[in-house]
Design a protein around this ligand. Structure first.
Ligand SMILES: Cc1cc2nc3c(=O)[nH]c(=O)nc-3n(C[C@H](O)[C@H](O)[C@H](O)COP(=O)(O)OP(=O)(O)OC[C@H]3O[C@@H](n4cnc5c(N)ncnc54)[C@H](O)[C@@H]3O)c2cc1C
Length: 486
């Protein structure tokens, strides 16, 4: 049995960021990161399909404390290198235990401790850890298996069916006909990456996605670098500029959705030959920002379409056939390989079985405190980032809040902090975690019943609005009655 003051679950970008903040701001605390995978990186280690890259710029997806010096849109390899530097430069490596998978976490109010059961996947050893505070940086989806719907006739298909999340290293697509089902960010990445070598890639989508394009460079950063401005300044200035531009864009999209839609559609029209049916293939039914916008650097997806190497089919699947897919519209699409870029299985709290004082915890029975803690669950916080802005912006804000919270607990001389509804919150309507007209991708809609609930007040919701939270989280009164200290 080992004990740590703080235990961080996951060595993805959130967990490594949490460790950095803890080490710098509370060096006296002992901490460990437990991580299932063989190395750090989380999302950027798991995903190995060709071309895998961010769709956020790295000035904001990178940490506030470590300058990003590469092109704004980064490959998984570049992000891993950046994270590796953070780990090395801050001696965080000694705090990370790889191939340690946590299965159970139980809270005991008698000792004010969490006890975790973990397996060392390298040795098969069962290990027990105790901790005062559990910092969950487990991400939001299952890493070992992507989401693939069941379609009729799948077993008849003679070729290979591959989910991009579990891309076989030796997958040979050269000269092959490929169908990619789905048109989200993954499809927008993988299709241009393989289109050059494949015989042809057909993107088969039930409904279109919004895309926006631009060069993979940042003019402000280029200009500042020409002036020999130190990288710390470049990072800070470019980050501020991007956030300002993005904020204006978000406000425009929310207040003028029709104009924003037209602007996005015109951007796509400009990339495709005249007469191309942009409305059919790139004109979504939802409003801009109700789902994540997919950025296509250097318009590479559209270049593939223009070159005839890739094509779009907007239709539903009737059945898989021996040689491909028949659509409900009657098209026979041929394929040697079918990619199912159909998204994630949400994983709530890293699939860990939680209990509080012997009672199994169902997170869906709780209400979230500011999208990071849960009613009735002591000394535990999760990092769930933004969907519309870079995830890490929120991870950094949350880290600052955790440090404040731990300091407040020290000052009060208490061992336990638990969110509880205040008298004025009791009786307010309990709502789903996210309103459908706010953000509604399918993987969230499928899993809403697993997620915690919210109230329509700032203290009890996950707003998904960076521009509000960058003001409200640092100023949040942690002693306003929502958090009960014992
Ligand atoms: C292909 C892809 C591209 C993306 N691009 C962007 C982007 O450009 N911008 C953006 O903002 N977001 C993007 N996202 C969302 C992305 O997941 C987050 O931004 C971010 O990387 C999440 O980091 P994280 O550390 O919170 O979680 P993850 O990266 O998911 O890491 C969580 C870690 O926790 C570990 N873990 C989980 N459960 C356990 C357990 N029980 N025991 C031990 N360890 C456990 C996992 O193994 C994993 O390593 C993208 C997602 C994907 C899949």
């Amino acid at each position: 049995m080992e004990h740590f003051d703080v235990l961080i679950v996951g060595a993805g970008i959130s967990g490594v960021g949490a460790a950095y903040h803890l080490q710098h701001e509370m060096p006296e605390r002992s901490f460990v990161i437990l991580e299932t995978l063989e190395s750090f990186g989380g999302t950027w280690l798991t995903h190995k399909y060709p071309g895998v890259r961010s769709d956020s710029d790295l000035y904001t997806f990178g940490y506030g404390f470590k300058p990003w010096v590469g092109p704004p849109i980064a490959t998984a390899g570049e992000i891993l290198k950046y994270m590796g530097e953070v780990i090395d430069e801050n001696d965080l490596g000694a705090h990370i235990r790889y191939r340690h998978h946590i299965s159970d976490a139980s809270w005991d109010s008698g000792t004010n401790l969490w006890t975790l059961q973990a397996e060392n996947l390298a040795t098969g050893e069962q290990l027990t850890f105790t901790t005062n505070f559990l910092w969950m940086c487990q991400g939001y989806y299952q890493h070992d298996k992507g989401y693939t719907p069941e379609w009729p006739g799948m077993d008849r298909f003679k070729g290979q069916i591959v989910h991009p999340q579990t891309w076989p290293e030796d997958l040979d697509y050269a000269g092959k006909k490929v169908i990619c089902i789905g048109s989200g960010a993954t499809a927008a990445t993988v299709v241009p990456a393989i289109a050059g070598d494949a015989a042809h890639v057909t993107v088969l989508q039930r409904s279109p996605t919004y895309f926006w394009t631009g060069p993979n460079r940042n003019e402000t950063a280029d200009m500042l670098r020409e002036l020999d401005i130190p990288e710390e300044w470049v990072h800070e200035i470019v980050r501020k500029k991007i956030l300002k531009d993005f904020g204006e864009l978000t406000t425009f999209a929310l207040t003028e959705p029709d104009m924003a839609r037209e602007a996005l559609m015109q951007g796509v029209r400009d990339c495709l030959p005249e007469g191309y049916d942009v409305e059919k293939h790139f004109g979504p039914k939802y409003k801009p920002w109700q789902q994540r916008l997919a950025f296509v650097p250097n318009a590479d997806l559209f270049e593939g379409i223009k070159a005839g190497k890739a094509s779009m089919v907007t239709d539903e699947i009737e059945t898989f056939t021996e040689t491909g897919i028949r659509t409900k519209g009657g098209e026979e699409l041929e394929a040697d390989i079918i990619l199912t870029a159909t998204g994630f299985n949400i994983s709530v709290l890293g699939n860990i079985a939680f209990s509080v004082d012997g009672k199994p915890l169902d997170l869906a029975d709780t209400i979230t405190y500011r999208g990071m803690m849960f009613t009735g669950v002591p000394n535990m916080l999760w990092v769930f980032g933004y969907f519309r802005a870079s995830w890490t912006l929120r991870a950094d804000l949350i880290s600052d809040l955790v440090i404040r919270l731990l300091r407040l607990m020290d000052a009060k001389g208490v061992q336990r902090v638990t969110p509880h509804l205040r008298p004025q919150d009791e009786g307010l309507p309990v709502l789903e975690w996210m309103a459908e007209d706010n953000f509604n991708p399918n993987y969230l809609k499928r899993s809403m019943h697993l997620l915690p609930k919210r109230l329509d007040v700032p203290e009890w919701m996950h707003t998904q609005d960076y521009y509000t939270e960058r003001e409200t989280l640092p100023a949040a009164n942690l002693d306003d009655g929502c958090l009960v200290y014992e």
